[in-house]
Write a protein that binds this ligand. Structure first.
Ligand SMILES: Nc1ncnc2c1ncn2[C@@H]1O[C@H](COP(=O)(O)OP(=O)(O)OP(=O)(O)O)[C@@H](O)[C@H]1O
Length: 395
């Protein structure tokens, strides 16, 4: 590209990504080696590769544009500059046509997502109000109702970008427009919303990039009936990072559920758990607590979520027994035994953990046998009733 002297441009910059500059001189023809002499806004003169120089709109609105398709130059520096201008004004959302770009505010913005905001976006034509995740959710809800056709919303971005939070906001909005049973804590809407803390307890962990990083992919399906009311939901999960259960890096954490159970008080005592620093699967990193998070409270929230989504008490107990058993298993160490290639439990401490893990797991098996036995009995009874309505059942 040939630039006239004085043209406003963006030039690639090692620290800033792109920097504002003005052309001093440019090659006379596009075929000649393309080095452009520019002066940066700091006053520094530089000779730069012409392929890394792009035109800059000097008349751009200082507040940016709410839809990138309105930009005079739709290129990388144009897009980044527009997002930065808006972000400075606390406008975290920007459209590119039907796509919504969200820039993570890393701050709580309750006014952005309250009931009043949901009311504002309800039923309003897409693009009429400022860009917002509720507008996307509302547009897809209305398209589903009016076209009688399933809709999908794809949420993508790098780790820590805000996908999980955005998905929760979409789910919250859809339960708002498609909900009905206000106050019923076991309503489908409530179950849809409570699936989040539950999935996060078992599938999210602290990483160096995100205190609440989802270590799995998920496909959330919300079903609506003919009148646009929520009738059911399903969450499918993919590719959980399993290795994290046994191995964590410094300044990261294992899955939240382990720390929650350790902080649970009576339940932790029941499973002979203690502070996370006592367990190998948790003490490989010295990160035990998260800023602004109380694991004991989170444990109660997880239990409540389990109640709401319909996991019965005995299943909840079985799940946490497994969580506790994993921690005890991680503390079992072996030493070489007397015989060739043999090994023995290292010491009394390890024996204790082995015993605990075995006890917890055997209880599970017993529970399974009892459940299996009960199920078989009831099947047998049904069969017998079917063929011999009055015949006695022998176990
Ligand atoms: N809209 C938002 N408002 C306020 N804070 C936000 C918002 N979106 C994200 N955050 C903050 O950023 C953090 C990371 O966001 P989130 O967990 O949604 O990222 P992610 O893209 O799902 O990451 P990962 O891929 O690691 O799971 C959140 O814990 C929250 O503190």
């Amino acid at each position: 590209m040939i630039f006239r002297p004085g043209t406003a441009v963006w030039v690639e910059h090692p620290d800033l990504a792109w920097a504002e500059a003005e052309v001093v001189s440019s090659p006379a023809s596009p075929s000649s080696p393309s080095y452009v002499t520019v002066v940066l806004s700091t006053g520094v003169k530089a000779i730069v590769d012409g392929r890394k120089v792009l035109p800059r709109d000097t008349e751009a609105d200082l507040g940016g544009v709410d839809d990138m398709t309105k930009l005079v130059y739709l290129h990388e520096p144009g897009v980044l500059c527009n997002l930065a201008l808006r972000y400075r004004l606390n406008e975290i959302y920007t459209y590119t046509g039907r796509i919504l770009i969200a820039v993570n505010p890393f701050a709580k913005l309750p006014h952005m997502y309250d009931m009043h905001m949901m009311e504002q976006y309800r039923g309003v034509q897409f693009g009429e109000l400022s860009p917002h995740v509720f507008a996307i959710a509302d547009a897809s809800y209305r398209a589903m109702v009016s076209e009688n056709c399933s809709q999908s919303i794809l949420v993508s971005g790098e780790s820590g970008a805000g996908k999980t939070e955005t998905t929760k906001l979409i789910m919250r909005y859809l339960t708002f427009v498609g909900g009905r049973a206000i106050g019923d804590i076991r309503s489908v809407e409530q179950q849809v919303l409570e699936s989040n803390p539950l999935l996060e307890a078992f599938g999210n962990a602290r990483t160096v990039r995100n205190d609440n990083s989802s270590r799995f992919g998920k496909f959330v399906e919300i079903q609506f009936n003919k009148s646009g009311r929520i009738s059911g939901a399903a969450v499918r999960t993919y590719l959980l990072e399993r290795s994290r259960v046994v191995q964590i890096s410094e300044s990261e954490r294992n899955y939240h559920c382990f720390y929650q159970l350790c902080a649970s008080g009576k339940d932790a005592d029941k499973y002979k758990l203690a502070h996370p620093q006592n367990f190998y699967y948790l003490n490989q990193s010295h990160m035990y607590e998260l800023e602004g998070v109380n694991d004991a409270e989170e444990y109660l929230k997880t239990r409540r979520a389990m109640d709401i989504v319909g996991i019965c008490f005995s299943d909840q107990e079985a799940i946490f027994r497994i969580v506790a058993a994993i921690l005890h298993l991680g503390n079992i160490e072996f030493s070489p035994g007397k015989e060739f290639d043999s090994s023995v439990i290292k010491d009394e401490k390890c024996k204790f953990h082995l015993q605990m893990a075995a006890d917890l797991l055997i209880q599970l098996l017993r529970g399974t046998f009892v459940a299996f036995d009960q199920a078989m009995n009831s099947v047998l009874r049904d069969c017998v009733d079917l063929y011999h309505p009055s015949a006695p059942v022998h176990h």
